[in-house]
Design a protein around this ligand. Sequence first.
Ligand code: DGJ
Length: 718
Amino acid sequence: MTDIAEDGRTWLLSGPGSGYALHLTAADELVHLHWGPRITLADAEALAARPLPAYRPFESPLDGREEYPVEGGPRFVRPALSVRTGERRGTQWRFVSYDTSCAASYAMAYGTPGGAACDASGEGGGEGEGDGLRLRFADGGLAITLHYRMRGEVLERWVSLCNGGDASVELLRADAATWTLPDREAWRLSRLHGRWAAESRLVTAPLTYGEQIIGSRRGHTGHQHLPWVALDTDATEERGEVYGCALGWSGSWRIAVAQLPDARVQITGGAGYDDSGLLLLAPGESYTTPVFAGLFSDGGFGGASRAWHAYQRAYVIPDAGRDRPVLFNSWEATGFGISGEQQSGLARRAAAIGVELFVVDDGWFGARTDDRAGLGDWTPNPDRFPGGLKPLADQVHGLGMRFGIWVEPEMVNPDSDLYRAHPDWVQHQPGRRRAEFRNQLVLNLARPDVQEYLWERLDALLSDTPVDFVKWDFNRCFTDAGWPGEPYPQRLWVDHVRAFYGLLDRLRAAHPGVAFESCSGGGGRIDLGVLRRTDQVWTSDNTDPLDRLAIQHGFSQLHPARVMAAWVTDSPNTQLNGRVSSLRFRFVSAMAGVLGIGGDLGRWSAEELAEAARWVGLYKEIRPLVQRGELYRLRPPTAGLGAVQYVLGDETVVLAWLQAQHYGEPVPALRLRGLDPAASYACRETGEVHRGAVLLHHGLGVGLKGDLDATVIRLRRI
Ligand code: DGJ
């Protein structure tokens, strides 16, 4: 809901438990008033009546107080908007108008490609009237519109820019939003840091003067950071104020957290990493930033995560009410060495243990017998699949499972028919060496002919073979990101992402029964933008069940278990560390997300297969809670004993993992959350009845011992 003061210059957006207010001064300075718990319009007006501090030598009163600091004028903070024309640099805007509509460019902000042209009204229609705020400014011919939309407790913000002048405007930097925190002492900054096979690990450290920058200049979201930050002063998992910001963009990006000289804190984020040029806007062209969403919670880190999860399930993830199936993926079992016959053997075993979706990973197409050839040639390898993929798909369907395939459409091996025919279709700088990673180059998806080729190939693939699931991979970063003949700054960084989104959107529309998984060498492309058009993500190539707990702990800060794919693979772990662990431990680790099996079922004994079938059966029982329930992180996995709990209606399930028991010390009871203290709960495992108040205040014994032990405990309210 949006409240507006009578003078039309103070606005208040409210969610169920949070509020956000801003004010336009008589000099058209847009100042931030409030982000935090709900307040009234009268409160916002009282804040607006407070005068800005006076100008002092060497300090600007605007710094740390503006909603969207532009470059130019009396400001010294990092600008969210930096533009230049042939004549001058910077922005000096005047306010034009406001309304409470917000949906007009929303699809663009979430990356839906469409005309980059400004429309006649400058901004499009008024869909979504009343549930947001749109503030229009102008600087000469450049129209600048700030958008706000409250979605539950999450406030979405983005900006659109339209060049209505007669000369080109260079966008050096155009961030989606600047978030301003209230004055507090001793902020702490949390991030999800990582690298390949070690993604999304939570790091928290005191914030200090200066700037902390996270991001990616790799062309994709990257393994190095999820585009999320959280700030708090003294919050715990259960209590305290937490401010979070997350960006919905799958290309290069940057979030800068600045503690200014007067200790005020601002967070600015958007597409692109550098300030040296994002796009050139020709006359009549427009640019819409991605969404940079913000969340205030006074329920600690747990409350913040649950609010983020609710937001994504309601507004971001397609069809989030539908549970994801248990899948088998062939990658760790067979690598590139696949054949139709061998996949069909695996499919029979997978079906027998209850798998619902069978996915053939890399190696089924072109001359792809290793990573040196074939990428780009999206037709089944005739030696491996003489009749194409349809016979295998039919067999998989006959076994009662859905059928999925792996693709990596944005890439090409130089040893491929596609590259031999179109060497100019890759990103490259004229006269320079084309750097290969994993023997592959990046296709220039900004080119319409490349987009059309991929659309035709993928559409044909999904039309010729009854495919239900596509794992869409991306296995190298941009390096020589050039487009010979195109003027600088080149559109390819932004347009690649828009074209990727466009392909996904078009394929989803044409093949509505097909689900998509975002993968980038594991978790290299996980963000709110890709989640708008994919059903789940491949969390990490690290399938070691112990390492995974920390990765999943970090991941869950922002994203729900409903999208977090997790496989049970072989022991000793073949990919990384040779760790030996029981099937029990591997299953309970993977059951905290979207369960998959990635081990070589051909080598699992009859006993192991029978045990696996029991775990898969148990997972199917708890799946609605895991995938749709509320998550409570009872103990972080780093604490020796880690545990999560999911609550849905009258049911709750606890998944607990003991890393190592020392000195024979008893394993502590787990204090449960989200229960009714006045109710009683029956344990499905033991038949015992527990009182809610006792579970909440004294805890539940989990009966774990030794090393790498794990358990699942189901409770139902009676
Ligand atoms: C990287 C992915 O993360 C793996 O799961 C697998 O699909 C390989 N690529 C295949 O090349």
